[in-house]
Design a protein around this ligand. Structure first.
Ligand SMILES: Cc1cc2nc3c(=O)[nH]c(=O)nc-3n(C[C@H](O)[C@H](O)[C@H](O)COP(=O)(O)O)c2cc1C
Length: 347
């Protein structure tokens, strides 16, 4: 397949594995790269040294292009981005922050930068600072999708920018790929779908829960990690998202969570002080970490809470990454051919 995205990133298929904490590991990133897509390493839970090791591990597993995701708001993200620049990672994907310095430095070695956005305003400013592509994330997405659904957000933004758009949130198969291309996108990112692949490190219990649950069984709430986020509907997540956040408890939990994400506590505290208006947000975000980790790593959905998209209702099996990519492209192609017949003049 050829789209502006495959040309820009020198990949075979316009399909992206987005950065997912504890899931988009070097092994899964390399599996996606070797299958012809773009894998993006999640650097959120990693220290700078772990990020360097992870980048080098990916390079041992594949000689294909790959990316790294940095959530600039989070403690440690700038240090991880610095490592990515030093290691000349081919693609840097940033979100929740100003990425102009990343664009400037990545372009110096020929790297590309993808900005994750959920509004037209942020899409236009990302394009203005020189981002090479946008990951436009709609309401259906796992974790932090925007208020507007992909069906509207993707064409609205694609019509206003000139850089390639990766439609994100709600895409899990060939129907989704063809629909995204029709909406003006140049490719798709699939988080929930690739998290439920054979190679994904998501715990087997949680993968099974994704397969069994429907598109109805997610919740979108800002009471979980402070930013509106979509999680799997379980007894625990209903309880967590109904409880308004208590700042003091969240702050205490955030400092505990710092240990889990291998960040020194002082960094979390300094980060909280440096961003007075974001203090609450950061505390809530940190407080969510133990529950996310429990669901992802231990398959514990009694204590844990799992980010998952509405595509949960489209995921009914657990193929390999290569099978997912191949069938997505083949199904899109087949569907495209069938649709051409709709427009044939009737005899
Ligand atoms: C299990 C899981 C974990 C995720 N973790 C993160 C994360 O740590 N940071 C982040 O920015 N997005 C995270 N996401 C969101 C993805 O980057 C992406 O936006 C989303 O999966 C797209 O929607 P989809 O699941 O419908 O494909 C996660 C998604 C899933 C499914």
């Amino acid at each position: 397949m050829r789209t502006r995205l495959t040309e820009l990133l020198a990949i075979e298929y316009p399909i992206v594995l987005p950065g997912m904490s504890w899931i988009s590991t070097p092994e899964l990133v390399a599996a996606v790269a070797n299958a012809g897509g773009l894998g993006i390493l999640a650097s959120g839970p990693l220290t700078a040294e772990q990020t360097r090791t992870a980048i080098r591990r990916i390079r041992e597993l594949t000689d294909k292009p790959f990316g790294i995701g940095v959530t600039l708001l989070m403690p440690g993200a700038k240090e991880n981005a610095e490592v990515a620049l030093q290691e000349q990672v081919p693609v840097i994907n940033f979100s929740l922050g100003k990425g102009d310095w990343l664009v400037e430095r990545a372009h110096q070695y020929g790297g590309k930068v993808i900005a994750t956005v959920v509004t037209e305003k942020h899409a236009l400013s990302a394009q203005a600072i020189g981002a090479d592509a946008l990951m436009v994330t709609g309401h259906e997405a796992a974790a932090h999708g925007g208020d507007v659904t992909s069906l509207v957000l993707v064409p609205a933004i694609a019509a206003k920018v000139t850089i390639p758009v990766i439609a994100t949130g709600g895409f899990a198969d060939g129907r989704g790929l063809l629909a995204a291309l029709s909406l003006g996108a140049d490719g798709i990112a699939m988080g929930s779908r690739l998290a439920t692949s054979q190679e994904s490190p998501l715990h087997a219990n949680t993968k099974q829960a994704v397969i069994e649950r429907s598109e109805q069984e997610t919740i979108y709430s800002k009471n979980f990690d402070g930013i509106p986020a979509r999680v799997m509907r379980t007894a625990r997540s209903v309880k967590e998202t109904r409880r308004p956040m208590n700042f003091f408890i969240a702050s205490w939990q955030a400092t505990r969570a710092a240990k889990l994400v291998n960040q020194p506590i002082w960094k979390v505290l300094v980060g909280m002080l440096a961003m007075v208006d974001k203090v609450k947000l950061l505390a809530y975000f940190g407080a969510s970490v133990p529950r996310l980790k429990a669901a992802t790593e231990q398959g514990d959905l009694d204590y844990g809470v799992q980010f998952i998209g509405q595509t949960q209702g489209l995921i009914n099996d657990m193929p390999t990454v290569a099978e997912i990519l191949q069938r997505t492209v083949e199904d899109a192609e087949q569907l495209h051919l069938q649709q051409q017949q709709i427009f044939q003049p009737s005899e």
